[in-house]
Design a protein around this ligand. Structure first.
Ligand SMILES: [Zn+2]
Length: 697
């Protein structure tokens, strides 16, 4: 608290010295709108020392603005309360927009240290707003008159969401319950962190040691080499040490001819957090589930799943379970068929033995090689990063008429980042878009879209796509795998959701939608990535300019649906595990191991497949996907059903594209998401297209 106060005073001092116009004092670029083309972040002026004072000044500014809301003597209205709150943090939005982007994509030690310093300060600032009783009373007053206020549908949505977020944070509770809720939050924070840290330690302490080179048969040479290096590091020269990292585990499961090696790797992975030792997660998860249920009950819900789903498109755990069960009924039989096909291959090697879970990947690769003979290296010269990016841009142009132009005058945060102006068909500016496609030290793994500036009335958004694609080597350009091609289209789909947004308020604009809706614009965009018509538009050999031949396109098409029974089965099994665990209304007899066993037996999961995550290492449900792992399947149903309209009317049909833009991409969270979907599709989401497109039916 004292620290916060001191920093706030420091920030105030800085503001005062700025306004004295002394030429010696450098301006903090976050204190006012950036003086750059399109108001993009002034990366050429921002220095590390600017962040901390800007955060402090931003927090102070927002506190001042909230004070003026709560001390307003006029009656609470939408404008003087809800809209004012939506617009209460100009400085903080500017600095947080830049800082939390760069801590993911271009960080260093001092940024990481500042991030840790700011974490409790920002958490406290958030609590101070959500548990501000005077503010809650005004929000609730506006909410109670909502039907008399003649609000637009977007204003109504912002009002409802604002009210709900206060209630969900405990603002309506009495003091004793508020204290209890704070206690639960703090215990949960510790337990979930310990759960995740235990898993890191489990991975780090595991070694699969091989001393006999004959046992290395089948394992890719690059991995054998890495394992030899690892062994030297671990003082085991002459041996090979494999780790439990995905980059080791999957190739071992796919290619190691030695069945015992596969089994050891598989069992190490599937027993993470379940060794009845100091890293065991069963008791921790048990306590987390109990605390979450207690929280849900404090807030007036029957179960924690009810609490989570109340804020999502699916609305109830039953609706989510209904969808999961529908897909399960097709996925499991398909997986059983796949298992039989793998058994045929296994019989050649081990007559009379049944296929086990650690054999699945291995025989799947054998089957893939026999059946398709698709070598990704043949495709790569057609799939350079420049080609694929241009392909994603061309599709957006064909669909929505937009143009994406390089913007050399807009500053970028580091080398390798490109800036673009995105313009509508009439030439007006839709937003600024950065691409940051290659790995660097200081960038975390994975791929994502983020905002530097939110869209709202009169303000266009500033959006980035960050990935870690295969870089160029020597004189060869960056060439992508099929997965990477789909990732470029996926992230660009999120970017379109941000760039095309036409909302009035930052709180409702762009991608600020429910967890089970947010992947619709991104996943639907993947459907264009490998479409034959689209491939012919962008996939040209970088050396000869030759358009991708039909024979290669046919090979890509033929792999459709391969191993999908397995993929969907393990995904749905984990989703059901998560949902059922969080649907419990009584945890007094909860035994984590027994619960998992009963739940999986209950749905008939076969022994050759485990849930994608077993409970003791289901890190997604520590935060973000708790009672939410179903969202991947939910969104898949939405994107396939929505794409079915393009299939039917033409993948570049203008009426369909315009409807998707107007009803989904422009709307953000400005209306109920099921209403938006139905306005585009004409009906509630149908699971059939998803079953067909994934090859399950
Ligand atoms: Zn996504």
């Amino acid at each position: 608290m004292n620290k916060l106060l001191n920093m706030t005073l420091l920030a105030t001092a800085l503001v005062i010295s700025m306004s004295s116009c002394s030429p010696k004092v450098e301006k903090n670029p976050f204190m006012e709108a950036f003086n750059t083309p399109e108001g993009a972040p002034a990366f050429d002026q921002i220095k590390f020392k600017d962040y901390e004072p800007a955060f402090k000044a931003g927090i102070e500014e927002q506190n001042r603005n909230i004070d003026s809301i709560t001390s307003n003597t006029a009656n609470p209205t939408f404008e003087n309360t809800i809209a004012a709150l939506d617009d209460s943090s100009p400085i903080l939005s500017r600095v947080a927009g830049v800082f939390y982007n760069l801590t993911g994509s271009d960080t260093n030690e001092e940024m990481t240290a500042l991030e840790a310093t700011l974490a409790p300060v920002m958490a406290e600032h958030g609590d101070n707003i959500r548990l501000n009783e005077k503010l809650y009373i005004r929000v609730a007053a506006v909410y109670s008159q909502r039907n008399e206020l003649e609000l637009t549908s977007e204003q109504m949505r912002l009002l409802e969401d604002t009210f709900k977020s206060f209630v969900r944070s405990g603002a309506a509770l009495n003091e004793a319950d508020k204290t209890q809720l704070r206690k639960i939050h703090s215990q949960l924070a510790t337990l979930t962190t310990t759960f995740s840290n235990n898993l890191l330690k489990e991975v780090n302490r595991f070694q699969l040691i091989v001393k006999d080179s004959a046992r290395l048969s089948g394992i890719p040479a690059w991995l054998v080499e890495a394992a030899a290096t690892e062994a030297v590091k671990d003082s085991l020269p002459g041996a090979w040490v494999f780790t439990l990292q995905t980059s080791n585990r999957i190739p071992i499961l796919q290619y190691a001819d030695d069945r015992a090696i596969r089994q050891e790797m598989y069992e190490a992975y599937t027993t993470k957090g379940n060794h009845n030792d100091e890293l065991d997660n069963k008791k921790i998860l048990h306590d987390i589930i109990c605390l979450r249920l207690e929280k849900a009950k404090l807030l007036g819900f029957n179960s924690y799943a009810d609490y989570v789903l109340d804020d999502n498109m699916a609305k109830t755990p039953e609706a989510a379970m209904n969808l999961l069960t529908q897909v399960w009924d097709y996925a499991l039989p398909k997986a059983k068929e796949e298992c039989k096909a793998l058994q045929v291959l296994m019989d050649r090697d081990y007559k009379g033995q049944e296929i086990a879970a650690w054999d699945w990947w291995y025989y799947t690769e054998k089957l893939r090689a026999e059946k398709y003979a698709l070598n990704e290296d043949d495709l790569k010269p057609y799939l350079t990063l420049d080609n694929v990016r241009d392909g994603a841009f061309m599709c957006a142009h064909e669909l929505y008429g937009i143009n994406i132009e390089p913007a050399m005058d807009i500053p970028v945060y580091t080398d390798g980042v490109d800036a673009y102006r995105v313009k509508d068909a009439d030439g007006s500016l839709l937003g600024v878009f950065y691409t940051d496609y290659f790995p660097r030290a200081g960038k975390r793994g994975g791929a994502w879209m983020n905002n530097f500036r939110d869209q709202k009335k009169g303000v266009r958004p500033i959006i980035v796509n960050v990935c870690s694609m295969t870089p160029a080597v020597g004189d060869k350009p960056s060439m992508l795998s099929i997965d990477e091609v789909e990732t470029i289209f996926h992230e660009f789909g999120h970017a379109l959701h941000g760039l095309l947004s036409q909302c009035d308020y930052a709180g409702t604009s762009g991608t600020s939608v429910a967890r089970d809706f947010v992947e619709l614009p991104s996943q639907i965009n993947e459907h264009w990535a490998l479409n034959p018509t689209v491939l012919k538009m962008y996939a040209k050999n970088y050396m000869t300019g030759e358009v991708i031949p039909d024979s290669l396109i046919a090979k890509i098409e033929s792999t459709h649906g391969f191993n999908q029974g397995f993929n969907v089965t393990e995904l749905i099994a984990a989703s059901i595990l998560d949902m059922k665990l969080h649907m419990l209304t009584d945890t007094s007899n909860l035994d984590i191991e027994a619960f998992e066993k009963e739940t999986m037996n209950g749905i008939g999961l076969i022994s050759a497949i485990a849930p994608r995550y077993r409970l003791t290492y289901f890190n997604h449900i520590m935060g973000g996907y708790d009672a939410g792992y179903y969202a991947y399947t939910w969104a898949k149903v939405l994107d396939c059903d929505a794409f079915a309209s393009f299939e039917k009317n033409g993948i570049f049909d203008q009426a369909t594209a315009t409807s998707f833009r107007k009803n989904i991409l422009e709307k953000g969270n400005s209306e109920d998401q099921m209403t938006l979907f139905k306005r585009f599709k004409g009906s509630e989401p149908d699971v059939e297209p998803m079953l067909r497109m994934t090859g399950l039916k």
